[in-house]
Design a protein. Structure first.
Length: 150
């Protein structure tokens, strides 16, 4: 577990992740409203070389960003969506693209389509500015990513 004490530090942690991710990687983000999931994704995007500003996809469910090197960041947010419908199928297809890194907030409704091998990052907020971050890797691909984080 790592302790992150500011929004900037959360973005910096995301940047580190963004440097290490490979196409095909899937990252699930777990944490309450305001935990810092989207803040982390902003950092991942920066680390991947995405120049666009990352916006929360809460209403659109999915936003896609092109990185400078041909990698693609696909950011999903299934908040309060009990029936993901066609979006579950779309997510399933996205996750198996070899150029795409998929990051998902509020994945409860699509849990069944997530690959077993994924990186699960859980963020809790003991105080207004402190975040406890726990990372779990559940297969060789995600274990490699976590190892590279050092
Ligand atoms: N250490 C920290 N790490 C991340 N965010 C922090 C931290 N301290 C304060 N914050 C603040 O907490 C908020 C996190 O918001 P963010 O949109 O990233 O959360 P979220 O987990 O995506 O929420 P939602 O479930 O609504 O999508 C921001 O306002 C951010 O500035
Ligand atoms: Mg969010």
């Amino acid at each position: 577990m790592i302790e992150i004490t500011s929004s900037d530090a959360m973005q910096q942690f995301g940047e580190k992740l963004g440097h290490e991710v490979h196409g095909g990687d899937v990252i699930e983000l777990i944490g309450d409203v305001g935990a810092g999931k989207t803040t982390l994704v902003k950092g991942i995007a920066k680390g991947m070389g995405v120049s666009d500003d990352v916006q929360s996809p809460s209403f659109t469910i999915n936003r896609v960003y092109d990185a400078a090197d041909g990698r693609v960041l696909s950011h999903y947010d299934f908040y309060r969506l009990s029936d993901p419908g066609i979006m579950a199928t779309e997510l399933h297809e996205t996750m198996y693209r070899t150029d795409t890194i998929t990051v998902i907030e509020w994945a409860d409704a699509v849990e069944r389509v997530l690959p077993e091998d994924r990186t699960t990052i859980t963020i809790s907020s003991p105080t207004e500015t402190t975040r406890d971050v726990t990372i779990v890797a559940s297969g060789p691909r995600s274990q490699r990513l976590v190892r590279q984080l050092g």
